[in-house]
Write a protein that binds this ligand. Structure first.
Ligand SMILES: [Zn+2]
Ligand SMILES: [Zn+2]
Length: 165
């Protein structure tokens, strides 16, 4: 469900773009595509508050360390494709039975603000707009919001890309 929401918002945010950009999804087990993206794309990582819902046992929880990565091509002539990768968390109740990661579900406003940041970046990255000074760094405002974080259940921690405090 969540990816569909991302796609809808993506189309909305990118509606006025002169090119027809599409959003695709990277499955966590697709290593060859992952390597391809690492080589040919630029990453925009966002860590923030999101909800999780385990479909196996219906447990819900939230975390301020939910992570999503948006890949876009390094080259200005590559195909107009953004790829989204979720970093999930394991359900506490089910974690000893399987290694299934639950994908984060961000609030609509949050998804939209991430996509708007990306859209603005595309302005100077691909289309020759002037680069705004405030966007020189990839600022992640929510770094302070930290509750207890169970590293064993966090996919980003296990992949070595979780936000450090
Ligand atoms: Zn569960
Ligand atoms: Zn983590």
């Amino acid at each position: 469900m969540s990816f569909i929401d991302w796609q809808d918002l993506f189309d909305e945010v990118f509606e006025d773009c002169s090119d027809n950009w599409i959003l695709t999804f990277l499955h966590r087990n697709d290593m060859s595509q992952y390597e391809n993206l690492q080589k040919n794309c630029v990453k925009m990582t966002r860590t923030g508050y999101a909800h999780f819902h385990c479909k196996k046992c219906s447990k819900t929880w939230s975390s301020a360390k939910a992570q999503v990565v948006l890949y876009h091509p390094k080259s200005k002539t590559s195909s107009r494709k953004v790829t989204l990768r979720f970093y999930g968390q394991q359900c506490k109740r089910c974690s000893n039975r399987n290694n299934h990661f639950v994908d984060p579900e961000f609030e609509n406003d949050k998804m939209k603000s991430y996509l708007e940041t990306l859209y603005q970046k595309f302005g100077w990255y691909y289309y020759g707009d002037e680069r705004p000074e405030t966007q020189n760094r990839d600022i992640n405002k929510e770094r302070q919001m930290n509750g207890p974080h169970v590293k064993e259940l966090c996919e980003a921690c296990q992949s070595g890309c979780c936000e450090r405090i």
